[in-house]
Design a protein around this ligand. Structure first.
Ligand code: GLN
Length: 389
């Protein structure tokens, strides 16, 4: 019954692993959502918005006060200026933002460059738009970009390059040199960049998030997508935003107006107030809290015998389990749930060109309470026979 375009993609791995975790009573370190709530002030803003009549369709490109607050936030953080009414649009989460961008910009046969391992929706968006993905493989444990190799992915049909920094699932934060190198290729081949920067505020150890739009020559060919889900620990709100030059935002909007029309009005209103109220210490504290969670899980993984890549951003850790299990990643995540009651993601599903690269790896999410992570750490000891089962 399913459209031929979608048959190759099957069931979303996040839904599948969360369901399996629930069935088995496992701690869910698979799907990346916090097991704690967002800031109480923001929840209160939403209650107020619901009670004060902010309940009809919002403006399709975004509730007025939210597009203004987003433009202001981006100008403060990155010194990038966007017109709130023509260069900012609100979407129903970054995932819808990405889908509407692909649908609004691409023609059948256009080529799209995607870094693998990728966030799983990117190749699906390409397929829906009738576009052809070309994959560049980032290799464990450094995930560096070799520009000569990357250039081989470009052709005269390349229309888009999809970037994601900080990067899910590797935790890589693209450096300025890498971004400049990628930008140089995009300018040379006249390619548009769509950059998913939803983890922009989750960087560690002094790593700096650098927006692609701020790289010289890139503002006019870059669409940047971000959202409230990760920054405010509200992944269920589905409120994201997209910024870029008017002509590119208009292409996104041409699809968005028919995909979801508008994101939820009371949540947009609540978020607008929050973005205006918070100070820099909110982002600073968020990082500090995530740093504690990262250390706890990283140490537990190392003590158990995983070889983990140190994530400089996001809330994921990619780890090699070779010393613990001889099978592939799919059999390992099953074993992990059955033996330890801890769920994780098998990352080979995030590769198309070189799935072998992901078969010895597993992705853990650390967007969980310290007590959840401590409990998971204790359970992981069962892998080495150090704990009583
Ligand atoms: N972004 C989250 C992750 O990578 C969840 C995505 C989803 O559930 N669709 O885990």
């Amino acid at each position: 019954m399913v459209s031929k375009k979608l048959v190759p993609f099957g069931t979303n791995i996040f839904s599948e692993m969360t369901r399996f975790a629930e069935e088995m009573g496992a701690i869910n370190l698979s799907q990346g959502f916090p097991d704690f709530d967002g800031p109480p002030a923001l929840l209160e803003n939403a209650v107020k918005a619901l009670r004060s009549g902010h309940n009809q369709y919002a403006r399709s490109m975004g509730y007025q006060s939210l597009v203004e607050a987003v433009a202001e936030k981006i100008s403060q953080h990155y010194k990038l200026n966007y017109d709130p009414y023509t260069e900012v649009a609100v979407c129903s989460g970054a995932t819808e933002g990405m889908a509407s961008t692909f649908l609004g910009l691409l023609n059948p046969g256009d080529e799209v460059i995607v870094f693998e391992p990728y966030y799983d929706s990117y190749p699906v968006c390409a397929a829906l738009a009738g576009a052809v993905p070309r994959f560049y493989t980032l290799r464990f444990p450094d995930f560096t970009v070799d520009l000569k190799e990357l250039e081989k992915c470009f052709s005269n049909k390349t229309r888009l390059l999809v970037l994601n920094t900080p990067h899910n699932p590797t935790g890589k934060v693209f450096s300025r040199d890498e971004l400049e190198g990628i930008a140089g290729l995009c300018i040379k081949y006249d390619v548009i960049v769509v950059t998913d920067e939803v983890y922009e505020h989750l960087t560690y150890d002094g790593a700096e998030h650098i927006p692609m739009a701020g790289i010289p020559g890139m503002r006019d060919r870059t669409l940047t997508i971000s959202s409230a889900g990760k920054t405010f620990s509200l992944t269920g709100w589905r409120v994201g935003w997209i910024t870029g030059p008017g002509k590119l935002v208009a292409a996104f909007q041409s699809a968005h107006q028919y995909v979801t029309f508008a994101a939820a009005t009371p949540l947009q209103s609540a978020l607008a107030a929050m973005l205006r109220e918070i100070k820099d210490d909110y982002y600073h504290n968020l990082r500090g809290e995530y740093l504690g969670r990262r250390s706890l899980l990283l140490n537990a993984l190392k003590d158990t015998g995983f070889r983990a890549a140190l994530p400089m951003g996001t809330y994921y850790i990619l780890a090699d389990f070779t010393d613990l299990w001889k099978g592939d990643d799919k059999s390992f995540v099953r074993y992990l749930v059955e033996r330890c009651r801890v769920a994780a993601i098998p990352p080979s599903v995030f590769y198309t060109r070189n799935p072998e690269e992901g078969k010895r790896l597993v992705r853990f999410a650390f967007c969980k309470k310290l007590e959840t992570l401590s409990e998971a750490a204790g359970r992981l000891k069962r892998l080495t026979g150090q704990a009583v089962i």
